[in-house]
Design a protein around this ligand. Structure first.
Ligand code: T4K
Length: 385
C-alpha cells in the first residue's frame, strides 16, 4: 500500500498575486487535532487547546501572560475595558480602522496625533500638545510591526498618569533589545487574522504583565462571568474556539520557517529596489543584534522623483495581476465617523497625510517566489510599459 498522503484538496490555479497569502500548515497535520476535538466534544469556553495555545504563545513570544481572543478587534475593545479607559485617547490616524473603532465602541473620543516620517508610528514629540484634562490613555500602533518609540511614549504616560495600550496587531514575534516588544505599555493587542504573520484563521490576544490583569481580561471576554452565578462586568463574548486554538498550536510549529522566508523576501526586495529612482523603502529600525523584525508588510513610498504617481503605479500593478495595497489610505481620520473631530483636520496630520498619499504595500508572504518578486520589481522599474 502506498504511504503517500491522500490528496485532500485540488490546487486552485490563479495567476493573481495578492498583498498577502496565509501561511498554512499541511492539512493532513491538522486532522489529528480535529479528531481530538470531535472525541472530547469540547468546542470552546477555554478548553484544552485554548489553554495549551496560551502557554505555547507565552513561551514562544517570551512573555508572561496572554489571553486569547476570537479576533484582534474584540481584544482591543476589551483591553480598553480592562483598564477602564474613558474620556479621550491619543492615537494614530495611520492604521487599520479597527484601532480607532475600538475607542468608539467604548464611547471614547479618539484624538489623532501625527506620525514620525521614518517609523510612520505615533510621533512622541507631538503627543504632549494633544493631552487635555480628559486624556486617560495613549493607543499607539507598531505599524507594519516596526516598533514605536516605546521609551519616549512611556515617559509621557508616566508624567501624565496615562495608560498605554499598544495595538500590536502587526508585531507578532518582534523583539527590541533582545526581548519581545509586547512587554511594553500596560497591555499589547495581537491579531491572528488570516492576513497576519501568525494566523489562526481569525484570532487575537491581549498580552498582559500580571496574572491579576489576565484574570480580569478572561472575565471580560466571557460575558463578565467569574463563576456559574457571578457576573462582575458587562463583558462580551470574545473567546477563541478550540478549532482556532488547535490550529494555532499547529501553526506555531511552522512559524520559524515562515518568518525566515519573509526575512529573505524583505532583503531581496530591498536589494532589487535600491536602484529604482523615486521608490523609498522604510529604513530598518535597528541593527540585527538589537532588533528582530517580522517583515509582516513591505511598504514602499513613491516619491516625487518617480515618473508617475502612487495611484498610477497601483493601477499599473493591478493591470498585471499584482494586487499591492495602499495600507493605510485613506487615513482613519478621513472616514465619516472621525472626520468631524478637531484632531482629524488635515493641517494637524501632515506627515500621515503625505505617507497615505505615497505608500504602497508590496506582496510579501512565505510562498512568494523569487521570480514573482523579480516581475513585481520589473513592473515598478518600468511603470509606463
Ligand atoms: N489593528 C491593526 C493595526 C490591524 O491591522 C488590524 C487588522 C486590526 C487591528 C484588527 O485585527 P482583526 O480584528 O482583523 O484580528 C485586512 C484584514 O482583514 C485585517 O485583519 C488587517 N488588520 C488589515 C490590515 O488587512 P483587508 O480589508 O485589506 O483584507 P482583505 O480581505 O482585502 O485581504 C487582503 C488580501 O489578503 C486579499 O487580497 C487576499 C489575501 N487573503 C485575505 C483573506 C481574508 C487571503 O489570501 N485569504 C484570506 O482569507 O483587511
Amino acid at each position: 500500500m502506498s504511504s503517500l498522503p491522500v490528496r485532500l484538496i485540488e490546487p486552485v490555479i490563479d495567476e493573481r498575486i495578492f498583498v498577502t497569502q496565509p501561511h498554512l500548515a499541511p492539512l493532513a497535520e491538522f486532522l489529528p487535532y480535529l479528531e481530538k476535538i470531535w472525541n472530547s466534544k469540547v468546542l470552546t469556553n477555554g478548553g484544552p487547546f485554548h489553554q495549551q495555545l496560551e502557554k505555547a504563545l507565552c513561551d514562544y513570544l517570551g512573555i508572561d501572560h496572554l489571553a486569547l481572543f476570537a479576533n484582534g478587534t474584540l481584544a482591543l475593545v476589551t483591553a480598553l475595558q480592562a483598564h477602564r479607559v474613558t474620556g479621550e485617547v491619543i492615537t494614530t490616524p495611520y492604521s487599520f480602522v479597527a484601532t480607532a473603532h475600538s475607542l468608539l465602541w467604548n464611547g471614547i473620543k479618539p484624538v489623532f496625533v501625527d506620525i514620525d516620517p521614518d517609523t510612520l508610528n505615533l510621533d512622541p514629540a507631538k503627543i504632549e500638545a494633544a493631552i487635555t484634562p480628559h486624556t486617560t490613555a495613549i493607543m499607539p500602533v507598531h505599524c507594519y510591526g516596526r516598533p514605536c518609540d516605546v521609551e519616549a511614549i512611556q515617559k509621557i504616560a508616566d508624567n501624565y498618569n496615562l495608560k498605554v495600550i499598544y495595538d500590536a496587531a502587526h508585531a507578532f514575534g518582534v523583539k527590541t533589545r533582545g526581548a519581545s516588544v509586547l512587554r511594553h505599555g500596560d497591555l499589547s493587542v495581537l491579531s491572528f487574522h488570516a492576513t497576519k504573520v501568525f494566523n489562526t484563521f481569525e484570532g487575537g490576544a491581549i498580552v498582559c504583565p500580571d496574572a491579576k490583569t489576565k484574570q480580569r481580561i478572561d472575565h471580560l471576554k466571557n460575558f463578565g462571568f467569574v463563576d456559574e452565578t457571578t457576573v462582575v462586568a458587562p463583558g462580551i463574548n470574545g473567546k477563541m474556539s478550540e478549532i482556532n486554538a488547535a490550529f494555532g498550536l499547529l501553526q506555531l510549529k511552522h512559524i520559524d520557517e515562515a518568518l525566515e522566508r519573509r526575512r529573505q523576501i524583505d532583503a531581496k526586495y530591498r536589494g532589487m529596489l535600491a536602484d529604482v529612482k523615486g521608490v523609498r523603502c522604510l529604513p530598518e529600525p535597528g541593527s540585527a543584534d538589537e532588533y528582530v523584525a517580522n517583515h509582516s508588510y513591505f511598504p514602499i513610498l513613491v516619491t516625487d522623483e518617480y515618473p508617475v504617481g502612487r495611484d498610477a503605479l497601483f493601477q499599473h500593478l493591478r493591470d498585471h495581476d499584482i494586487y499591492a495595497r495602499r495600507y493605510f489610505y485613506p487615513l482613519i481620520s478621513e472616514f465619516p465617523m472621525y472626520r468631524g473631530l478637531p484632531s482629524a483636520h488635515g493641517a494637524n496630520l501632515p506627515v500621515a497625510a503625505d505617507a497615505a498619499r505615497r505608500v504602497l504595500c508590496l506582496p510579501i508572504y512565505p510562498a512568494l517566489e523569487n521570480h514573482d518578486m523579480e516581475r513585481i520589481v520589473g513592473l515598478i522599474a518600468a511603470p509606463q510599459r
